[in-house]
Design a protein. Structure first.
Length: 110
């Protein structure tokens, strides 16, 4: 899931038309569809019933925290990375988002 999602996210930097945007967004949705239920499944197997609720709540609370911090980081990237290596700031967002996910996904296999 991580490798496919990371590659598709990084590929968003090459989007030129609405059709390519819609196609890639659809494929990203397909690639990440199993992530949330997969994590919930693993949490139910790793933690006993009396601790499971707290662990699931911590996992779910990570989303708004990541949105809060990610918006600050995204603004910084779009402002200061614009024009680096000939790419716009929004293109750098997708590279910086996608490539670490690919690296982490590969590292998990080993």
């Amino acid at each position: 899931i991580m490798v496919t999602w990371g590659l598709l996210s990084a590929a968003m930097m090459f989007v030129q038309t609405p059709w390519s945007f819609y196609t890639l967004r659809f494929l990203i949705g397909v690639a990440e569809a199993g992530f949330f239920p997969g994590i919930i499944f693993y949490l139910t197997t790793w933690f006993p019933g009396h601790r499971r609720g707290v662990m699931v709540a911590l996992f779910i609370s990570a989303l708004p925290i990541s949105n809060m911090l990610g918006s600050l980081i995204s603004g910084f990237i779009m402002q200061y990375m614009h024009g680096v290596a000939g790419f716009a700031g929004w293109q750098w967002l997708f590279v910086i988002e996608g490539l670490p996910a690919v690296a982490l996904g590969i590292a998990v296999f080993y």
